[in-house]
Design a protein around this ligand. Structure first.
Ligand SMILES: Cc1cc2nc3c(=O)[nH]c(=O)nc-3n(C[C@H](O)[C@H](O)[C@H](O)COP(=O)(O)O)c2cc1C
Length: 178
């Protein structure tokens, strides 16, 4: 059941050195490519990065929150051709989440790294840095990266008691269930 996966899912930032098997990479990419998209325009582009030096460079793509990527054996960079859809952000976000969930289903750990609207340590744009590092063509923007690997250690899912049920309304905002 999907709910069981969602109950145990966490963002994982510490990985073992074990590489990701090709079959698992294929499934991660299949999940990404099966993402729903507005009007079926499928604007996403995925860049698979496995070279250690390039992953190291990705870990420096923004000032905070990307350094853990240096320890990941695999990074999938989720981009989109912005000329294909005016809602490419939504489309690419869904694909990013599906990669994260498929990774969890395969016994892998993963974590989203936000790229869009982010800057590097020196104040330059993360987007420009990615464009040059991955040779992205004009119009293709990076939404996020997903660092993926076999988890080191174990993280428990969030307990049901932590769910923000007060943030659910019925019929009108703020109206609670009887
Ligand atoms: C849109 C989005 C952006 C995120 N960006 C980062 C990031 O740049 N670096 C990072 O380490 N984690 C990032 N995360 C992971 C969140 O920090 C994580 O989902 C949150 O703390 C909840 O933890 P959990 O996923 O284990 O439940 C991001 C998650 C989302 C959904």
């Amino acid at each position: 059941m999907l709910i069981d996966l969602l109950r145990s899912r966490r963002s994982i930032r510490r990985f073992t050195d074990q590489p990701i098997e090709q079959e698992k990479l294929d499934l991660l990419l299949e999940a990404a490519l099966r993402s729903p998209s507005s009007k079926g325009f499928n604007p996403w582009e995925f860049v698979v990065v496995r070279e250690a030096e390039r992953i190291e460079a990705l870990s420096k793509a923004k000032s905070h929150g990307a350094t853990f990527l240096a320890g990941a054996p695999l990074v999938i960079v989720v981009c989109a051709d912005t000329s294909k859809s005016d809602v490419w952000i939504e489309d690419a976000s869904i694909a990013t989440l599906l990669v994260h969930l498929e990774a969890a289903d395969l016994g892998l750990g993963s974590c989203w790294v936000q790229l869009r609207l982010r800057d590097r340590e020196d104040g330059t744009s993360s987007q420009d840095y990615m464009r040059s590092l991955l040779r992205l063509p004009e119009g293709v923007e990076v939404l996020a990266m997903v660092g993926i690997g076999y988890p080191e250690g174990r993280k428990e899912g969030h307990p049901t008691t932590s769910l923000l049920t007060a943030q659910v309304s019925y019929e009108q905002f703020g109206q609670k269930k009887d």
